[in-house]
Design a protein around this ligand. Structure first.
Ligand code: IPD
Length: 264
């Protein structure tokens, strides 16, 4: 059974409450796909509403905590030692295209340290939770990163830039290096779930550049609590501010870091 502190329960309850209308929206999307404009406005309002529900619920239960959220940015609280870091829909493009691989992601930071994380895919009902010092769980089942020690048998996830984003050349070069050394690469389109799946041992590793704090904050807690390593792509700890991340078990992390560093 997962250890759930009162605060983790608050985070989980907020995610489940915000997820209910989101699942209904997801069902509606099929009808919207056929319009020329596509469902972009609908998705933006789903994103905003999800964030509003999360902030309302978390704020009710933990008044005074600050927020850093995708839509609303940073909001300082009276309690300057705590803040929630929120992505209302991580994997927005998947959501918009009716692909059931997206998640609500909530992390809690205490005195500048990430201490709890919840990642919830409302379509599959996969609830990933972790709390510093108490392990990582998927629907109450304890998680452990995969044990593979060698790159050739490893399955690695990544994220790639798209229209309007920089870094396509480097991403392609890094991808080429990794796919030439491993069993394969996956690009599933939701950074939070990529990290949760590393924690669950489904992926052996994951790296990406150009990320924002809410994409990775909860996932960092998940991977660490599942026994994995997390760093930026210089091997440092600037994942939230620097936008680049690498996660894997203790054997593969240094191998992947070395491999990625060979790419100029
Ligand atoms: C995105 C997803 C995607 C990753 C992007 C993120 P969003 O988050 O996590 O997998 O490749 O870098 O921005 O925008 O859907 O919350």
């Amino acid at each position: 059974m997962a250890y759930n502190s009162p605060t983790l329960n608050v985070m989980t309850a907020a995610a489940r409450k915000a997820a209910r209308p989101l699942v209904r929206d997801f069902g509606e999307l099929e009808n919207l796909q056929i319009s020329m404009k596509g469902p972009a406005d609908f998705v933006t309002s789903a994103d905003k509403r999800t964030e509003r529900i999360l902030i309302e619920e978390l704020g009710k239960a933990r008044p005074g905590y600050g927020f850093l959220a995708e839509e609303g940015g940073a909001v300082a609280g009276k309690d300057t030692t705590h803040r929630f870091i929120i992505d209302p829909i991580d994997g927005t493009t998947n959501f918009m295209h009716g692909v059931p691989h997206f998640a609500i992601s909530i992390a809690l930071e205490r005195e500048g340290q990430l201490v709890a994380g919840v990642i919830y895919n409302p379509v599959t009902d996969d609830l990933f939770t972790a709390e510093k010092g108490h392990g990582a769980y998927l629907n109450n089942r304890r998680l452990r990163v995969a044990g593979r020690k060698e790159l050739p048998t490893s399955l690695i996830a990544t994220g790639l830039p798209w229209l309007g984003r920089d870094g396509a050349g480097r991403a392609i070069a890094e991808t080429a290096a990794v796919l030439g050394a491993t069993s394969g690469i996956r690009r599933f389109g939701a950074a939070s779930l990529d990290m949760a799946w590393v924690a669950a041992g489904r992926f052996d590793g994951y790296w990406e550049r150009g990320l924002l704090p809410w994409d990775v904050a909860a996932g960092i807690v998940l991977v660490r609590e599942a026994g994995g390593m997390v760093s930026d792509l210089n091997g440092g700890q600037e994942m939230l501010n620097g936008g680049a991340i690498l996660t894997a078990n203790e054997h593969l992390h240094p191998l992947l870091l070395k491999l990625l560093k060979t790419v100029a």
